[in-house]
Design a protein around this ligand. Structure first.
Ligand code: NAD
Length: 432
């Protein structure tokens, strides 16, 4: 099939290259010329394991192409996937749909034959209806179908998630587009993926409800961890004890910093404002957002306590600053709250992240990027393990610190408290 992905970011690029690998003819479009030019040279703008090899392979065999010409690419294609960003609107909680509507207008004036237009971006329920209105202004109804096919991939595991998804949700209001999408996904369905066809509005809401639920699960165990710290028990025991109940399940039940990333923070806020529009109060999700927003402050207070409230000139090292491992994505990472707050109090901060330097800290006073774990922890008073990269899972602290006993705050509960304390380090973790 001839496919066009509009928006070549984490979702558009990954799904585009995977569709190409499955034998389709794919054009990835972006209005960022630098991004498109570097992709054509085989340079991948994001960090995602396995992506580079797949892009180079499919670009070489001409199943994958890149372009900034949206109109030409749409005219060439049968199915058009909208994969642009839907960030939080400035000064509010709702989703900013300007990228979606701009793209829809451009598509609208490029329809030369029947097209299926699919939103892969996460969009509030009824957005498909709005896109349909935009396209109806210039085109007859039988010239297009608007479908919702939300994406559930996780950064860091994106290719695997795309090829082996738990489910593929397609929300279409007509049989023709559903048939085409089912054909497109047949190679994944035959590998065991569940294909669910729903109404377009249902598909839109399934995505938000799923993200809100996962955010709730994380927040739930984070709050339980707070209680565990007070009563001297290990939250990991609680997670195991709860997770073995099949109704609950063990995933997303690990305590840690506030949830972040490009999806949960914005999607929890957006579902609340969407519900408000339809006069529905989502109280539970509202308190999840509140609890999560308070969590970075709660962990900051913990850091102040660990350092006996003497932060000025303290040397603090962050191991990992991205919101999770195996991605370079900094969007809404809790480090973006913690590092500036500590810098403001006079701390000197070094960080090491396997994905390197972060421009987000360039204007923050006394924040330095280091190229190795060793350089980052040298002279540290406190080492914070912020992100669960494999690189941090078997550090030999003794060798690394040459005898200096810095304090360790393990926000991912990677190490055994008994073992590390046994080596003479002051060690703190989450909920234990
Ligand atoms: P992203 O910011 O990485 O990529 C969006 C791309 O769209 C950018 O490269 C941008 O330049 C491009 N773009 C914007 N306007 C354009 C236009 N008019 N023409 C062409 N290109 C344009 O975003 P992302 O992380 O890939 O997310 C995209 C959508 O998918 C969002 O709605 C997000 O919520 C959803 N989603 C993201 C993930 C994830 O893990 N990142 C997972 C599931 C769903």
């Amino acid at each position: 099939m001839k496919l066009c992905m509009i928006g070549t970011g984490y979702v558009g690029l990954v799904s585009g290259v995977c569709f190409a690998d499955l034998g389709n003819d794919v054009i990835c479009v972006d209005n960022n010329l630098d991004k498109i030019n570097s992709l054509k040279k085989g340079k991948i703008p994001i960090y995602e394991p396995g992506l580079s090899e797949l892009v180079i392979k499919n670009y070489k065999n001409k199943r994958l192409n890149f372009s900034t010409d949206l109109k030409k690419s749409v005219r060439h294609s049968d199915i058009i996937f909208i994969c642009v960003g839907t960030p939080t609107k400035r000064g509010g909680g709702s989703a900013d749909l300007s990228q979606i509507y701009n793209v829809s207008k451009e598509i609208s004036s490029s329809i030369n034959k029947y097209k299926i237009i699919v939103t892969k971006s996460t969009v509030p329920v009824t957005t498909g209806d709005e896109i349909e209105k935009i396209l109806s202004k210039k085109n007859k109804k039988n010239k297009f179908s608007i479908v919702s096919n939300p994406e559930f991939l996780r950064e860091g595991e994106a290719i695997r998630d795309f090829i082996y998804p738990d489910r593929i949700v397609v929300g279409s209001n007509d049989k023709k587009s559903n048939r085409s999408l089912k054909n497109l996904y047949t190679p994944l369905i035959s590998k065991g993926a569940q294909y669910i066809n729903t109404s377009r509005r249902s598909a839109e809401l399934i995505k938000y409800a799923s993200n809100a639920f996962l955010a709730t699960k994380i927040t739930f165990i984070n709050e339980i961890a707070n209680l565990c710290e007070k009563v001297g028990i290990n939250v990991e025991d609680i997670s195991i004890g709860m997770g073995l109940d099949k109704r609950i399940g063990s995933r997303f039940l690990r305590a840690g910093p506030a949830y972040g990333g490009s999806c949960f923070p914005k999607d929890t806020k957006a579902i609340i404002t969407t519900a408000e529009k339809f006069k529905t109060n989502l109280n539970l999700i509202r308190s999840v957002v509140k609890s999560n927003e308070a969590r970075s402050n709660l962990l900051l207070n913990r850091i102040y306590e660990i350092l006996n409230k003497k932060i000025r000139n303290k040397k603090i090292t962050f191991l990992g600053v991205t919101f999770k491992a195996n991605t370079d994505d900094m969007r809404d990472s809790s480090s973006l709250k913690m590092i500036p707050a500590l810098s403001k109090k006079g701390a000197i901060i070094k960080y090491f992240d396997p994905t390197g330097y972060k421009k987000e800290f360039s204007k923050i006073k006394n924040v330095f990027n280091e190229k190795t774990i060793k350089d980052a922890v040298k002279e540290a008073d406190l080492v914070i393990i912020h992100t669960e990269w494999n690189d941090f899972k078997s550090i030999n602290f003794k060798n690394l610190s040459k005898g200096k006993k810095f304090i360790i705050y393990d926000m991912r509960n990677i190490y055994s408290p008994k073992k590390i304390k046994g080596q003479g380090y002051k060690y703190y973790s989450i909920g234990r």
